[in-house]
Design a protein around this ligand. Structure first.
Ligand code: THU
Length: 142
């Protein structure tokens, strides 16, 4: 269960929108931003970065996660995700893809609060455990 206030969630959504501005999406034109909040309150942002070879594309959520982990931060409480076609408003929320759910599960486990937003006012939340039930993680191979 997240401890963030509504205002703190809205700040995280705003940071995800700002990160989305940096998206590199010349193939899909679908621009995604993510803002990942660590247990100590720091925020790591990310955008999707596409590639002409397609499969090396990195999603916004994993960009944020890998930035944090590469700086030694490995505990997280919340992530905000926003996505829409370039120049359009969000008609649907963007939920993390299956690969990102798995990557987040490695570090966050089922408690991570996932905020999926159309706007700062209009968002839904689910735990990573709800998005990835019976997730396979480091505890399974210990
Ligand atoms: N994408 C993300 O960055 N995060 C998601 O949660 C869903 C999909 C990106 C990958 C690709 O660059 C584009 O959105 C279209 O799939």
């Amino acid at each position: 269960m997240t401890k963030l206030t509504r205002e703190e969630k809205q700040t995280l959504i705003r940071q995800a929108f700002a990160a989305r501005e940096k998206a590199v999406a010349p193939y899909s034109h679908f621009m995604v931003g993510a803002a990942l909040r660590s247990a100590d309150g720091r925020v790591f942002t990310g955008c999707n970065i596409e590639n002409a070879a397609y499969t090396p594309t990195n999603c916004a959520e994993r960009t944020a996660l890998f930035k944090a982990v590469s700086e030694g931060v490995t505990e997280f409480t919340d992530i905000a995700v926003v996505g829409a076609i370039q120049g359009q408003v969000n008609e649907l929320v963007t939920a993390p893809c299956g690969v990102c759910r798995q990557a987040l599960f490695e570090f966050c486990g089922p408690e991570l609060n996932v905020i999926m937003a159309k706007t700062e006012e209009d968002f839904i939340e689910a735990s990573l455990g709800e998005l990835l039930p019976y997730g396979f993680g480091p505890k399974n191979i210990r």
